[in-house]
Design a protein around this ligand. Sequence first.
Ligand code: DGL
Length: 292
Amino acid sequence: MTLIDNNSPIGVFDSGIGGLTVVKHLRDLLPHEDIVYFGDTARLPYGTKSEDVVKRFAFEDSHFLLEHGVKIIVVACNTVGSTAIHLLEEHLDIPVIGVMQPGADASVNKTKNKKIGVIGTSTTIRSEKYKQRIFELDNSINVVDQACPLFVPLVEEGFFEDEATHLIAKRYLEKFIENHVDTLILGCTHYPMIKNTLQRILGEDVVMVDSGEETAKVVKRYLESNNLFSSKSIKSGLKIYVSDLSHKFQEIAERFLQNSLSHIETIDFEQFLLEKGKDFRDHINKILIKDI
Ligand code: DGL
């Protein structure tokens, strides 16, 4: 591992705006930590793409953050978490924390009737990583899951409490009502933005597990136990980079973070990759071939 500077920022990435739900919790819990965020909006969604493509994107996004000198990478994307986290952990030189394990662990602590629901993108649900982690902790739990591919575009459009979102959510959530789940994992970082709509359909008694909230706690514990807290006493800075800036991004991001954003920059990601060059591409190819 490279020598880490405590005052370096925390790096966070997602395919789009969803990872900001994790940033919100990180900022609440760790107000003196600077954060650099990358949302790969030009290539969103990740959740419908093949595993190989998602793995490649995961390395490219991570390297963008590494160039900003981050001290730790938070993978604020369940889709990447379910396909590539092991590769990032193995091949990056700094610590990597994903959102899946904290969410799964919290759900096992919260369920009373041992019936847990999981929603996520198609890739996340197909990977069965949430199920596997829950069974590792308690194999008597009944896990019901459902891919909800239409949620991500609704969130990116800012349709948090819209009638269309309500109708689609009703279809997706039917089986959780039929199976009496008492705990639902929001297995995609976009979903906390439509939590109210989901809660209205499932009823107040169903506990929603926001993986981002649980992940922020894990990041805090990690920084603490490795003496990696920033020594800054001023409120942290947040820099957001996106690979495509839609006209709605800033408005939706500010609504969610409840803060005005001064630094949002669009980067030409294709150019970034071109500049990284052939050696970088070959390096990723080698890792991917070995992982088959
Ligand atoms: N927010 C991401 C996740 O947690 C992925 C959304 C997407 O790009 O499909 O899975």
